[in-house]
Design a protein around this ligand. Structure first.
Ligand code: 9J3
Ligand code: ZN
Length: 310
């Protein structure tokens, strides 16, 4: 199927029953918000009084584990012919503009992979209130340093040239990636310290030391990874991040190198919490990161710190 480079498709949001307001209650709530808005707050209800970057309702365990968050999502294909420095991709973004701008994240696939290998993260994270750009690389054989530069080129395109640039707060950006793309997300954070969050997924890199990074970083490893074994990849990557940094290492239990290639609730849940906490400064998500998650059926091990006060 040939897709128009700027085609848009609305994806219906799955709204939890608790988020639904109907009939008289809805009218009451609207009236209350309007009156409060006129008298004291003066801003949209979705924004916290103390944090202008806060988006969406207060989270629960169920809301960050759900297959979709509160925002309906649209998508827009970006042709590789329309951009330079990376291979095009797909932008997933909250359809509604009434909550203002959103933070944004670029996501790179791994060696031999295309955007389809990480596409599940697009609508999943966008529905929580982010603009998510799942990219293709210039060639599928590009190495981590190249993938890092491509992630940054994708963020530059996204915030400066793309059709959704007006929906994005260009100061609130992050990077993610799988395998060599995860190695690339570390390269991108090292290169651009203004990034607010990095999340390498079963990352692969020949560079084993990352003391130069000042971006809050959540490293996912997989206990059964034989391609990027945690002992020589995810673990030293995490361990060599500055101890003073907001950092965490989550080792997935019963997982492989390719676990990040299909929908995974543990990856989505803690990625959402990390992006919300560090891109949106949203301390409502700190409850999922602190106290540190305990080992479970899906978490083999978790290392890290409680988020430092912003
Ligand atoms: O992106 C990846 O899956 C990196 C793992 C790999 O293929 O390393 C061998 C060169
Ligand atoms: Zn290094």
């Amino acid at each position: 199927m040939v897709q128009h480079p700027h085609s848009s498709t609305a994806i219906p949001a799955h709204r939890p029953p608790s988020a639904r307001r109907t009939g008289r209650l809805a009218a009451l709530a609207t009236t209350a918000v309007a009156v409060v808005g006129l008298t004291t707050l003066g801003g949209p209800a979705a924004h916290g009084a103390d944090n202008p970057y806060e988006r969406g309702p207060a989270p629960t365990e169920a809301s960050i584990e759900a297959s979709r968050g509160p925002y309906a999502v649209s998508q827009s294909a970006v042709s590789p012919l329309a951009v330079t420095g990376f291979g095009g991709g797909t932008i997933y973004y909250p359809t509604d503009t009434s909550d203002g701008t959103f933070g944004a994240v670029a996501v790179s696939p791994g060696y031999t992979g295309t955007q389809s290998s990480i596409s599940w993260l697009g609508p999943r994270l966008a529905s929580q209130g982010f603009v998510v750009f799942t990219i293709d690389t210039l060639t599928t054989l590009d190495q981590p340093d190249s993938r890092g530069r491509q992630l940054l080129a994708a963020l530059d395109y996204l915030t400066k040239s793309s059709a959704v640039r007006g929906r994005i707060d260009g100061t609130r950006l992050g990077v993610m990636g799988h395998s060599m793309g995860g190695g690339g997300s570390l390269e991108a954070a090292k290169e651009r310290p203004t990034l607010q969050a990095a999340i390498p997924l079963t990352p692969w890199n020949l560079d084993k030391t990352w003391p130069e990074i000042s971006t809050p970083t959540l490293v996912f490893g997989a206990d059964g990874d034989t391609i990027a074994p945690v002992a020589t990849h995810a673990e030293p990557f995490y361990n060599t991040l500055p101890a003073s940094l907001d950092r965490a290492y989550l080792e997935l239990n019963g997982a492989t190198h390719f676990t990040p290639n299909t929908s995974n609730t543990t990856i989505a849940k803690y990625s959402t919490a990390w992006l919300k906490r560090f891109i949106d400064n949203d301390t409502r998500y700190e409850q999922f990161l602190c106290p540190l998650p305990r080992p479970s059926l899906t978490i083999e091990e978790y290392r890290g710190n409680c988020p430092h006060t912003s």
